[in-house]
Design a protein around this ligand. Structure first.
Ligand SMILES: [Zn+2]
Length: 254
């Protein structure tokens, strides 16, 4: 879990720590056009559950807001840009590719921007992954986001090392499953069983859980906690499911 959290923290623009989940407003200045405005930001709980695709759950589910300038549409991915990066970002923001993405989600636009800026594959993969959370009610856009994320995780798995490589390897299995490419997902996940970072740990448990989902041709988002539940004895599993159904029912009646 630590590794996943690390990946998540690295790839997120996290607002300052707040004791309870809430939405805050911060005055921002667009680094491209200079426009000043108030942007809403999420200040999530310190503890939260997440899905197998790393989407945070809880009081403020991810993706946490990524502000874009209300005047020129620039995604404010950092408040501190060097002179050199700002010049590149301004050119990228004026490009036809970025302008063509104006109607898309903020993380999709950030993905396009990062691609134009030549950012690393791991960042691009996580950015398009977050775009998939924002656009999951639109099947065509969701598929495009998942495929773009898969492409960059695949590049990172081949070229990166350490935590970034292992996270990429794990997410490749998730993305292939979500795209319904079950045979490829199974082959990839089975191959991870012999890798050093996937032995007797939570990653190994996730791999086995994912393989079970592939056998059932399940392409739905699933929660991380289900991996732990799957290892419980039958009676405890049934209790957990009954509680989950009760909580979902209660939520739907609110
Ligand atoms: Zn602007």
């Amino acid at each position: 879990m630590r590794k996943i959290l690390f990946a998540l923290l690295c790839a997120c623009l996290l607002p300052a720590y707040a004791p309870a989940a809430q939405i805050i407003e911060r005055e921002m200045r667009c680094p491209v056009c200079g426009h000043q405005f108030y942007a809403k930001l999420d200040a999530p709980d310190a503890d939260y559950e997440m899905r197998l695709d790393l989407k945070p759950l809880g009081a403020i589910p991810g993706p946490w807001r990524l502000p874009d300038c209300e005047k020129c549409g620039f995604v404010i991915y950092s408040s501190r840009l060097s002179k050199e990066e700002l010049a590149k970002a301004m050119a990228a923001a004026a490009s036809p590719d970025y302008r063509a993405s104006a109607a898309r989600s903020t993380y999709y636009k950030a993905g396009v921007l990062f691609g134009l800026l030549g950012k690393p594959d791991f960042l691009l993969a996580n950015t398009y992954l977050k775009a998939s959370w924002q656009e999951e009610n639109d099947p065509a856009r969701l598929k495009e986001d998942l495929e773009l994320s898969l492409r960059h995780f695949t590049a990172c798995a081949a070229a990166c090392t350490g935590v970034e490589k292992e996270n990429s390897q794990l997410l490749i299995g998730e993305l292939l499953r979500r795209l319904g490419r079950f045979d490829e997902a199974r082959a990839h996940l089975a191959g991870l069983r012999s890798e050093k970072g996937f032995q007797d740990n939570f990653f190994a448990d996730i791999v086995e859980f994912q393989l079970g989902l592939c056998d059932k041709k399940d392409d739905k988002p699933r929660e991380m906690v289900e991996v732990k539940v799957a290892k419980l004895p039958l009676a405890a599993r049934l209790r957990w499911r009954a509680k989950k159904i009760y909580l979902e029912l209660r939520e739907s009646l609110r």
